[in-house]
Write a protein that binds this ligand. Structure first.
Ligand code: AP5
Ligand code: MG
Length: 214
């Protein structure tokens, strides 16, 4: 299965990506996670990306497209992959199309997790992530068993640097200006499958499996 997962910031891409990759046995390629790992490891890429991410702006295409194309050439992507957070604008989508067509690869579907913008600030500001394994929680909608501690590995939970109110709001604006036009782009290619992401976690995943089975 060769998939893209799209949706506004906080729509549940990362949350559902975990279910999808376990179910289809494919790697999860999240550009946001790759940039956060680069920042943690203090690499050159991390230093360059952090100034954009802190403000909720897009990291330049020249940095982003390369890391995705390199990752897609690794052996574990041969039989499928789930791209999360890429492409994020028309120019990235065109670069991805070119890369895939040069390799003779076709996408199976583009999933759009649709959630109204009005509820997403609360989802982002209340999100907590494990410092060690990256597992995602929410202070209200998806609480860990012990407050502030990861259920999976026992490490502390922290807030993402871009999950402040102002940055979350800017990320939603950046999505409207840059990323929303991709929905029509993939609809025109007959790849777009939309799922209502404003439902219980399990129901969202059930709907994803249902649309992907068609
Ligand atoms: P990225 O990491 O991709 O962030 P994003 O698109 O803003 O999306 P999020 O990760 O915030 O949300 P999500 O949809 O994964 O939601 P989640 O599952 O965590 O990008 C970050 C930054 O990196 C960008 O701003 C940019 O600077 C840079 N970047 C990345 N890719 C780039 C690219 N291609 N080009 C340029 N720059 C790029 O869920 C959110 C919360 O809601 C959680 O707390 C969760 O528990 C909760 N939740 C999930 N589902 C539900 C539900 N059904 N009901 C209730 N709560 C729920
Ligand atoms: Mg995410």
């Amino acid at each position: 299965m060769k998939l893209l997962i799209m949706g506004r910031p906080g729509a549940g891409k990362g949350t559902q990506a975990e279910n999808i990759v376990n179910y289809y046995h494919i790697p999860h390629i999240s550009t946001g996670d790759m940039f956060r790992a680069a920042i943690k490891n203090k690499t050159k890429l991390g230093l360059e990306a952090s100034s954009y991410m802190e403000k909720g702006e897009l990291v330049p295409d020249s940095l982003t497209t390369n890391i995705v194309c390199e990752r897609l050439q690794e052996p574990d992507c041969k039989d499928g992959f789930l791209l999360d957070g890429f492409p994020r604008n028309i120019s990235q989508a065109e670069a991805l199309d070119k890369f895939l067509s040069d390799k003779g690869i076709c996408l199976d579907a583009v999933l759009d997790i649709n959630v109204p913008a009005s509820i997403l600030i609360d989802r982002m500001v209340g999100r907590r992530v494990c410092k060690n394994c990256g597992a995602t929680y929410h202070v209200e909608f998806n609480k860990p068993q012990v407050e502030g501690v990861c259920d999976k590995c026992g490490s502390p939970l922290v807030q993402r640097a871009d999950d402040t109110y102002d940055t979350a709001k800017n990320r939603l604006d950046v999505y409207d200006q840059n990323t929303a036009p991709l929905l029509a782009y993939y609809e025109a290619k007959n790849l777009l499958k939309t799922v209502d992401g404003n439902q219980d976690f399990a129901k969202v995943f059930a709907d994803i499996k249902n649309v992907l089975s068609k």
